[in-house]
Write a protein that binds this ligand. Sequence first.
Ligand SMILES: N[C@@H](CCC(=O)N[C@@H](CS)C(=O)NCC(=O)O)C(=O)O
Ligand SMILES: [Fe+2]
Length: 426
Amino acid sequence: MTSVRVNELISVAGQPDAADFADFAARGFAGVINARPDGEEPGQPGNAAEKAAAAAAGLSYSFVPVKGADITEADIRAFQAAMAEAKGPVLAHCKSGTRALTLFALGEVLDGRMKSGDVEAFGQSHGFDLAGARRFLEKRAGQAPDVTAFFHPATSSVQYVVTDPATRRCAIIDPVRDFDETSGATGTASADAILAHIAAEHLALEWILDTHPHADHFSAAHYLKGRTGAPTAIGEHVTEVQALWKDIYHFPALETDGSQWDRLFADGETFKIGAMEARVMFSPGHTLASITYVVGDAAFVHDTVFTPDSGTARTDFPGGSAAALWRSIQAILSLPEETRLFSGHDYQPNGRHPRWESTVAAQKRDNPHIAGKDEAGYVALRQARDRTLPKPKLMLHALQVNIRGGRLPEPEENGRRYLKIPLDGL
Ligand SMILES: N[C@@H](CCC(=O)N[C@@H](CS)C(=O)NCC(=O)O)C(=O)O
Ligand SMILES: [Fe+2]
């Protein structure tokens, strides 16, 4: 039977007969992917018969049945996994080949190897109508959360409220508790401004999220939980950061199990903000616990890449690694080109106005730490720059608070709280 060669790894076809499978093996295919649900029409061989025919022909076989209008990202990922499992060229089929090619093309777009706008032309070039793939991408593009940024000039931090426009449910990302190190005064004006915005917009707060244990400011997560009751969360590797700093501060009683947060996220875990799905990507390098939150077309990448004119985050804190950050950045840049990237700081080079939003495409094109670099080149540049940076002025103040989920030290008998600064400890 005829098939259409897409590239060296995949060809697509209409419904084969079980008798065709030996021929597929002879033509060099390593596997068959069946994207067609059973029972669509009489006489269709169906999953069980195809599986048996593939086994008899020595082919791998995967069943990823989809209806055109109901394709989900999970289907696309399952199709990609099936291709990888075959360990060689696959023949993917449905009734006509359209759904098989749709699953393939959407995977290419989700992984950033094809532009959304090129999908239909790609289909036409192989003789298929991929209007359904275009509709999938349009619908997904409609999954754009509202993002409101709150710049914190004292620490050049950017705090975010990310909202599902359909349900008006939101999450706060990386809120700052104010601190003046010369007087020792703490404050909540910045966090309160975020709460005032949430109240004014009639939003319902579902999560208080941190991307990493910050080294330059206190997290307001614990304060905000006290005010709202919303759960707090951070990446699960925070326990390693706790263990590391427990030693530096000599905090024998510190629990290093992450119990200071309501939820610890693992790589790839998902959760909901309203009806929108948020996905966690482990993004170590700046710290060994850093994570990125991907919500619809937005990714909260914090201290990985800054806006392209500001390069990338430093990697010289305890537990940092330039090579790990390079790999984390590559994973972020494999998101679709138009993904909106929201950074966690802006140090306003040449005094320009604060900026925190970029895209995958802009980072690849314009960020001098990334464009034209490979891992070795990046690591050399990053480490050379890190050697010139003084430690953040609040690092020793901030980490003792942030490894406890943003809790200030307990008051002493006189009712006053004190920070602890290790001397010659680093
Ligand atoms: N001058 C700032 C520096 C803060 C800092 O080191 N920020 C980290 C992110 S937490 C960073 O990656 N900075 C990059 C840079 O300064 O080039 C301070 O003292 O707070
Ligand atoms: Fe940071």
